[in-house]
Design a protein around this ligand. Sequence first.
Ligand SMILES: [Zn+2]
Length: 142
Amino acid sequence: MASPPARSPQLVQIQMHLFDFYPKEGEEDSVGWLPSSSGSFRTGQTWHWLRSEQDRKIWYKLFWFSQAIPKHNFISWLAILNRLSTRTRQRKWTPAILDTCILCNNNSETNEHLLFKCSYAGRVWQQLSNMLAIPFTDSWSG
Ligand SMILES: [Zn+2]
């Protein structure tokens, strides 16, 4: 099979290496998925090949269960990983953004402030803890 002419020295090198993969005269060409032991593509095997294994978090069952609401799962998961799109995080990418809390206008809008330290969030948590008769803490780390 003739290849189109290479337009740069780098492409010439790549074409030279590709010749090693052309089937030899009389050989049949085949396609295989290298991460799979059988050579066929499997979504599950590819997922395990792509991701990095990490220790299972002890809190995962609080959010990932069969009847959970996906939107709530996702936001809770982002909060635990400190990845909510708070104004403080947004300001890292766009310095012109004010990082003042949108609810109280008093402090920087961080994960901990937005969820626990903010006066508005504190009132919500306090009422919720009263309704559920459970103790309330304003500390993110426990
Ligand atoms: Zn606030």
